[in-house]
Design a protein around this ligand. Structure first.
Ligand code: NAD
Length: 338
């Protein structure tokens, strides 16, 4: 029998999680929620995805707008084994009691604190820690990006310390409310929360982060300096990443010089929404000097966490014990080649 999944918050992450879950053969989407009768609610109707009302006025505004609903969030919760909370950052924590009362499992996103779920999730680094849990949290897009490259390096080589600067997109492509549109905005609360967020999965890692926001919507870009416990050749680092899941190597020499070309490449892959689920690392921008590694990586913020959400469902619902097998299954269903 397939695990029954609901999505609370059919926005940037919720829509993508819905598509990805719909591609798996061991889980199915029972329904999604919207607070208001927006174009996304209408789209859910058109795609035949059962829509539930989560706003305080219930189904009435949807009915008035000619959009069908199958009930309220409470109705959806009564039909699912697990809910994927994709509400805006900070809102998910308010729903924890609602999910607990309904007796359903719940996955929170990176906009919530680690404490909301008590367990944070990354497919490769700590799949087992969410095994059978009622609550877990898939870490943010940036944290997922850092874990994808750092965890395998630490496992295979041994990391002494990490210094990373996150160059963050000002807004998602579909967002016209955020910025900046003509400025570079440093995070003044230092060190930033990104290092501690990585430590919610790798508590032993000595990592220090800073961040700046820039006027772009496409991707985040990380500049990372890693100090190893011994001298390491560039080829050894590349060999470790060659075997690591959900990373793709791009090359400046082949014309991929910026996030613009990476996203064009992603569109050429012709997956849903032009998403890039892998973290892109510039192969010709990887360099070691003695025990120190320098590299750049780019994160497609709208989609890198999506396969992790699928694996997290598998771990929490005890569908597959082996992390690597779950990653493989998710990848194959979603067309992730790398
Ligand atoms: P979003 O704003 O695109 O979507 C949020 C959805 O929740 C919308 O459909 C909205 O209508 C709905 N919503 C708003 N208030 C609600 C409420 N009170 N109850 C129920 N639904 C409500 O947000 P998003 O970018 O998809 O982010 C969702 C979560 O994923 C956040 O925790 C965020 O930090 C995290 N995340 C976002 C990104 C990103 O770059 N967009 C990347 C990784 C993780």
């Amino acid at each position: 029998m397939k695990v029954k999944v609901g999505i609370n918050g059919y926005g940037t992450i919720g829509k993508r999680a819905c598509t990805a879950i719909g591609l798996q053969d061991d889980m199915e989407i029972v329904g999604v929620t919207k607070t208001r009768p927006t174009y996304e609610a209408k789209m859910a109707n058109e795609l035949g995805i059962p829509l539930y009302a989560s706003g305080s006025e219930g189904s009435a505004p949807f009915k008035a707008a000619g959009i069908d609903t199958a009930g309220t969030l409470e109705d959806l919760l009564s039909k699912v084994d697990i809910i994927v909370d994709c509400t805006p950052g900070g809102v998910g924590a308010d729903y924890k009691e609602v999910y607990a009362k309904a007796g359903v499992k719940a996955i929170f996103q990176g906009g919530e604190d680690h404490g909301t779920a008590g367990v944070s999730f990354n497919s490769t680094a700590n799949y087992q820690e969410s095994w059978g849990m009622q609550f877990s949290r898939v870490v943010s897009c940036n944290t997922t990006g850092l874990l994808r490259t750092l965890f395998p390096l630490d496992k295979e080589v041994g990391i002494q310390s990490v210094y990373a600067t996150l160059i963050r997109r000002g807004a998602d492509p579909g967002d016209s409310k955020s910025g900046p549109i003509n400025a570079i905005e440093p995070s003044l609360k230092l060190p930033t929360h990104h290092g501690p967020d990585v430590q919610s999965i790798m508590p032993w890692l000595d990592i220090h982060t800073m961040a700046v926001k820039v006027p772009t919507t496409l991707m985040h870009l990380h500049t990372v300096v890693v100090k190893f416990k011994r001298n390491v050749a560039t080829e050894e680092v590349l060999a470790v990443w060659e075997k690591a899941p959900r990373l793709c190597m791009v090359n400046g020499k082949e014309g991929i010089k910026s996030s613009a070309q990476i996203m064009e490449y992603a569109r050429d892959l012709a997956r849903s929404r032009g998403d890039l689920f892998e973290i892109a690392v510039w192969k010709d921008g990887v360099k070691t000097v003695g025990d120190t590694l320098y590299y750049y990586q780019a994160v497609h913020q709208e989609s890198d966490v999506v396969p992790e959400i699928v694996d997290c469902i598998r771990s929490m619902c005890k569908l597959e014990k082996d992390a690597a097998k779950s990653v493989q299954k998710t990848n194959s269903a979603m067309g992730i080649r790398f």
